[in-house]
Every structure is written in structure tokens, then in C-alpha cells.
Design a protein around this ligand. Structure first.
Ligand code: GCU
Length: 597
């Protein structure tokens, strides 16, 4: 939404605020939400495409007091120029691009409306939570504005207790997936801009004062100490909360401080989580009558010298990059089954690690990876050219990063928080990311921090990676495309100039290939050339001092509007080791054989 409309929106919110206070509003998203008392609002939602936001403002750009969010009816003399009941419908969750043919390339505003019956418990609160909406959402219940959210991949929530009716309710969401220069990501990125309510929508019933967050993980560098927190929905001191991990004979309690937060620090001897033994424990948090459970694994991850240590042992990250796109490129992963399919492909490769590029993936995927013994690199879409000098852009990136940490910080397999991908170096970029890295460490000092850097210089056979942020990260990671964007000859006899005493991860390398197209090592887009690029890069990479992992680009072909070679790309980035349906290419076998050794 452009600045002018934003002003309208802001004015609109104030206008409503002035007239009536928010009877409900934004709250912190509930963690471990699938283990709570929830009801899905998934299903068929009516939609109205609104290119000029006529449902939000009049021709003079004055905000409407009775916009589409009123979900009104044309009856008698009143002029109502919309009707959700007569409008078509689509599935939620689901991107409009892959559901409505005319909307495949549409980028802009769409109104989505769901009518549902409710019978709220007068003694409880009801939280409305969205898994993700790409990119900007304005949410209304029964004509009341609840608030808005920016960022296409992180969960957000509203307390709707005072607005939810006993009986029929009308939930209206204005979604705008317009790309924007000051966005995170900005307006240029190598993936498809799937627009819509792309993850689950749910009503969660919670007590009047509820546990909004509860997490526990091993302390930094100490497998025998478990530290965690329970955050209550109200800043109330002296509330007793309890934690139980029966299999570890852990039964502890603590009191909340004036922020309503209780901290735990518990000695225990858990069987540690690892790729070979992804052990999870049932953890139960209690506050009053409320019980919140989660299955949590415990492990210690460290960066020591040029090594990554998991539970004290050096580990090599045998990885692959994955985009959050369901098999067949039918939009974003929406279900556990779609998540499981991607994870199963990574397991068939012999991976112990996945780089979930370039934004927070569906919680189903992270948890499927955890159960399958796959370590995770989790990333915020601070991607390529970001509006580094814009404070609002920084706040946006920070919010998305902190929301990712909040959602997944109990996940044993998430070991790396990445703050950026391939961001061309400049002083503003360094300052922006250095601040962001500091924020990440304040929020979570138990995990490693990294970013995917660019190569800085290639001269002759020397390839350099110099980056001002190298001192601020735990792992020096970079993307290289020798053999695809750069001549393969540079791979032979390469000397690496990476002057940092830190573990190195090659966060991307690879080549494009159309599944079923064969040729030789020099035939672009043939499976043979892709396989040859892997055969050339792997030994070169393994020669890097401190090499501690790799995550080739990319597990499966994915849609991208930047790939327009008809008959070969057809709107897909073809660097997948499988095609978009999971059919393996020859390079899949090259990488699998290497990982098996
Ligand atoms: C970049 C980028 C990816 C992109 C890939 C490519 O490194 O990180 O998002 O898809 O290269 O060019 O295929």
C-alpha cells in the first residue's frame, strides 16, 4: 500500500479510534499454537479483487467509515456496490495466484471474507491468529478494525474477545501483496510473490490471563542446564507457573516478575537431540487451570574456532536449500503432508541440515525437520537490495526476525538465525545488519548467527570473501556459482581468501537443469551439465579451510518471475536437484553419493 494510502489507513484507524476505542486489538502471537485449544477458520472464503482500494477509501482518498469491512448488503434504497455473499470464493489458506486463473499474475489488494458461527465461553478469551499473510493485512471482525500486520511469513494475532459474537460473525481481511521498495523483502526477489492468506487461520480459546509464550532450551554451551520462560498475557507479578518434564523427573515452578514473565533454570541430564537421535521430550507448562504442552528436544550448538560443534562433537552440515513451496508449485506449504514431502526429499539426499530460504517457513516444516533429525538455518527476507537507510524498513526486518525467534526458539533443530541473503556491501548495509545481529543475540544467545554473503573478488584462481560483518557472525557463509554464473575453470586449483578464524558454510552453489533434458558437461540446462557442476564444486569446496557445511541451491525447482526461457524454465528457477514434482535429476545422485561417504 503506497504512502498516501498508508496515511489514509493511519487516519482511518485514528478516525475509528477517536470515535470508538479498539474493542479488541493486536496481541503477541501464541507460541506452540497447534498444541492449544484452537478451531480452524480454514475453508472457502469469498473474495473481492480491489485494485483501487474502493473498499477502503473514496475517490478523494478519504477513508470510508463503511468500507467493505462492514460486509453490508444491498437492500432497498441504500447504495452498496459490493456483496460478499454474491462474490466468488477461494480456499484459505491458499494463494490466489494458484486458485484463480485470472489472478495468477495479480499483485495488489484482495478482500477475503469468512462468515462463521461462534459460541464464545464468557469466562475465556478468544485469540484470532494467522500463520502468515503475504504481504500486508488489515483485519476486521463484525465491522470493527482489529489492526494490521506487515510481513509475508510471520504469525500475528488479535484478542477478539470483546468483538466476537454469540452466533454469526463476519471476518474480513484486506490483503495487499504489492511489492515495495521499502519492504522486507524489497520489490526484487527470485521467488514467486504468492499473495493471500497463505497459512492457517484459527480461533484459540484461552483463559482470561493466559500463557502467551512458553519455551525451554539448553543454556548456552551447557547441556546440563535447561533455561526457559513462561510469559503471561498480563504484566502481573507473583503468578505461579510450573514446568514438568516427567521423563527427566523435572517438576519445577517459578513466579512471574512485574512483566508477567517467569524464568526457569533447571539442572537435568536429557538424552541430547541430534540428527541421528532426534529425541523429543513432552514438556508441560501450567498456570492455574491452563496447561500448555510441547515436544521439545535438547542439544547444544557452538561455533569454536573453525568448527561447528553439536553436543560437543564437530559436525559437518550436509545440507540443501529449500523454498517454502508445495510440490507441483501449488503455492506455499499449507499442510503437514506438504511439509513432510519436502522433508522426505531432503532425507533421501542424506542431509542432516536444511537451509529454509529466504524467509520463515511454515511451522509444519520446521517441526517435520525436527522429527526427521534435520538441523535448520532459519532466515529473514532481508534479501538483495534493501532500503537500508529507512528506519521503518529496519523495524520491519527486526520485527520479522524477532517473531521468527519467538515462534521457533523451542525447536532443538533450529541452530542458525540468518539476518540476510546476498546483500551487496555498503556502509548502510553493514550498519543495518550489525544492529539486527545485535538484536538477534539479545533475543536468543543460545544459537549461532550468520548471513549468506556474496563473493567479494575473484582474481585468477583466488576467490575472496571479505565482509565487514565477519566479526559479528558465528559462521562465515557465502553463495558461489562457479560453473554457472562464473566459468567452471575457476573451480580448478582455486585458492580461497577467507581471512577469518571461523567455520565456513557454502550457503549456495549449483546450476540449472530441465528434468529429462540430457547433453554433456557444456550443454546449458542439461542434467549432465548440472551434475558436472556438482562434481566440480564439491571437491573445490571441501578444500576450503574451516569448511563446516554446504547447502546447495536448491532442493526442488520453484516458480520465479525472473526465469523466462520458454521450453526450459517456463517461469521456474530450474536449479532444483528435483523438478517441482520431486522427480530427481542426475545431480541429485551426485550429491547423495557424496553425503553418503
Ligand atoms: C541467489 C539467491 C537465490 C537465487 C539464486 C539463483 O544466490 O540467493 O535466491 O534463487 O541465486 O540465482 O538461482
Amino acid at each position: 500500500m503506497n504512502a498516501k494510502v498508508k496515511a489514509c489507513a493511519a487516519a482511518f484507524a485514528v478516525a475509528v479510534g477517536f470515535g470508538t476505542s479498539f474493542a479488541a486489538g493486536p496481541v503477541k502471537p501464541l507460541t506452540s499454537v497447534y498444541n492449544r485449544n484452537y478451531r480452524l477458520l480454514n475453508g472457502r472464503w469469498n473474495y473481492i479483487v480491489d485494485q483501487q482500494l474502493v473498499g477502503f477509501r473514496d475517490y478523494r482518498c478519504m477513508e470510508l467509515a463503511d468500507g467493505f469491512f462492514k460486509d453490508a448488503r444491498q437492500d432497498g434504497t441504500t447504495l452498496v456496490e459490493y456483496d460478499f455473499d454474491k462474490a466468488p470464493s477461494m480456499d484459505v489458506p491458499g494463494a490466489w495466484n494458484c486458485q484463480v486463473r485470472e489472478l495468477f499474475y495479480y499483485e495488489g489488494a484482495v478482500w477475503l471474507r469468512r462468515v462463521f458461527d461462534a459460541k464464545p465461553d464468557p469466562d475465556c478469551r478468544t485469540i484470532l491468529q494467522f500463520g502468515a499473510v503475504n504481504y500486508e493485512a488489515h483485519v476486521y471482525l463484525n465491522g470493527q478494525p482489529l489492526g494490521s500486520h506487515v510481513g509475508g511469513f510471520t504469525p500475528f494475532a488479535f484478542d477478539v474477545t470483546d468483538v466476537l459474537r454469540n452466533g454469526r460473525n463476519s471476518l474480513v481481511v484486506l490483503v495487499d501483496d504489492s511489492r515495495r521498495r521499502d519492504g522486507v523483502p524489497a520489490d526484487v526477489f527470485d521467488w514467486f510473490n504468492w499473495g493471500g492468506i497463505t497459512r492457517d487461520v484459527m480461533l484459540v480459546t484461552v483463559p482470561d490471563i493466559y500463557m502467551s509464550d512458553a519455551y525451554i532450551q539448553t543454556a548456552k554451551g551447557d547441556a546440563g542446564t535447561l533455561v526457559g520462560e513462561v510469559e503471561l498475557s498480563e504484566a502481573k507479578a507473583g503468578e505461579r507457573v510450573a514446568i514438568a518434564i516427567p521423563e527427566l523427573s523435572v517438576f519445577d515452578d517459578a513466579e512471574t516478575d512485574e512483566r508477567g514473565v517467569a524464568r526457569f533454570s533447571i539442572r537435568a541430564e536429557p538424552e541430547l537431540w541430534s540428527p541421528d537421535s532426534p529425541r523429543l521430550y513432552r514438556v508441560t507448562f501450567r498456570h492455574g487451570d491452563e496447561k500448555l504442552e510441547d515436544d521439545i528436544g535438547f542439544r547444544v550448538v557452538e561455533s569454536v574456532g573453525r568448527s561447528i560443534l553439536l553436543n560437543g562433537d564437530r559436525i559437518f552440515l550436509k545440507g540443501v536449500c529449500i523454498h517454502d513451496e508445495a510440490s507441483g508449485a501449488k503455492g506455499r506449504v499449507k499442510t503437514q503432508a506438504e511439509a513432510d514431502e519436502l522433508i522426505a526429499r531432503a532425507k533421501r539426499l542424506g542431509c542432516n541440515f536444511v537451509r529454509l530460504a529466504h524467509y520463515l517457513h511454515n511451522e509444519f516444516t520446521v517441526r517435520a525437520a525436527e522429527r526427521a533429525g534435520l538441523l535448520v538455518w532459519s532466515e529473514t527476507p532481508t534479501y538483495w537490495m534493501i532500503d537500508w537507510g529507512n528506519p521503518a524498513t529496519y523495524e520491519n526486518a527486526k520485527a520479522q526476525m524477532l517473531d521468527a525467534i519467538r515462534r521457533d526458539r523451542s525447536r532443538a533443530n533450529v541452530i542458525i538465525w540468518s539476518v540476510a541473503n546476498e546483500t551487496p556491501r555498503c556502509p548502510e548495509r553493514d550498519e543495518f545488519l550489525r544492529k539486527l545481529i545485535a538484536e538477534v543475540r539479545r533475543a536468543d544467545d543460545t544459537r549461532l548467527v550468520s548471513l549468506a554473503m556474496e563473493l567479494s573478488r575473484v582474481s585468477g584462481n583466488t576467490v575472496s570473501v571479505h565482509d565487514n560483518l565477519a566479526d559479528a557472525v558465528d559462521i562465515v557463509a557465502f553463495n558461489e556459482y562457479i560453473g554457472w554464473y562464473r566459468p567452471m575453470q575457476e573451480a580448478a586449483g582455486t585458492t580461497w581468501d577467507i581471512p577469518y578464524h571461523k567455520p565456513v558454510v557454502v550457503s549456495e552453489f549449483g546450476a540449472g537443469a530441465k528434468h529429462g533434458f540430457y547433453g554433456d558437461a557444456n550443454t546449458r540446462f542439461s542434467e549432465d551439465m548440472q551434475a558436472e557442476v556438482y562434481r566440480g564444486n564439491i571437491p573445490m569446496i571441501m578444500g576450503i579451510k574451516g569448511i563446516s557445511g554446504m547447502s546447495p541451491w536448491v532442493l526442488s525447482d520453484f516458480r520465479s518471475p525472473r526465469r523466462n526461457l520458454d521450453g526450459v524454465q517456463d517461469g521456474f528457477n530450474r536449479k532444483g536437484l528435483t523438478d517441482e514434482f520431486g522427480q530427481e535429476k542426475r545431480a541429485f545422485g551426485v550429491l547423495r553419493d557424496f553425503y553418503a561417504k
